[in-house]
Design a protein around this ligand. Sequence first.
Ligand code: ZN
Length: 260
Amino acid sequence: MPDHERYRKQILLDKIGEAGQKRLGESKVFVAGCGGLGNIISGALVRMGVGKVVIADRDFVEKDNLHRQILFDEDDIAAGLPKAIAAQNKLQKANPSVKIEAHVTNINPANIKELIYEADCVIDGTDNFETRYLINDACYSAGIPWIYGGVTGTNGMFCAFVPGKTPCLRCLMTEPPGAGETETCDTVGVLPTAVSIAASMEVNEAIKILTGQDNKLLGKMTRFNAWDGSWMSFGLKKNENCPVCVHGRYDFLDPKLTEG
Ligand SMILES: [Zn+2]
């Protein structure tokens, strides 16, 4: 039975209700990365009562994270804490009933299958395309839905990729963009509120999947600009020759092919 005192106001929502809350409590989600996106994502999942939340990030908390990474503070920096552990510490206090598993590691072909094992959904909080292609391979090979999200400057994007229902990331772009080909937060900066919006929309997509609901955004990629308020969704197109979702070839899971 859900904790009615804690979840009263989201159980009241017709989008969630008693049944939805129960399903959230029975769900397991893997959050890839615990930076700006991962902070908001893991925070929302734990506070909303997703049964088990697995977080992986290899970085330690630094001062230039604090303007957007809302789970961290200066004490975490002084203590030299890894982000995954600092997030686990904060969130376990916010909701002790959720099982939170923290991994201080980079996500790689050797560990991703174990990290996503039995997950009902995977949410992208990473900042690089190498890892996203790896997530895409791992999730499509295991039949697990995953939610893409990304932010640079004042722009953000998000999209749910669901094996068997939607095209995949490799349908959109066969190869990841090379280093230096795309803008990053290191080159153009990032607006904290744009991060919050993208991460919140990723969580919404995940909640709809976890509670088994219809989704008007399914099969679409959405882009927005948080500064001028522009918002646009476009349909994903299946690549009939996609290595991943058509041919079942998972190049990025094979470390020999992705090295160098
Ligand atoms: Zn595909």
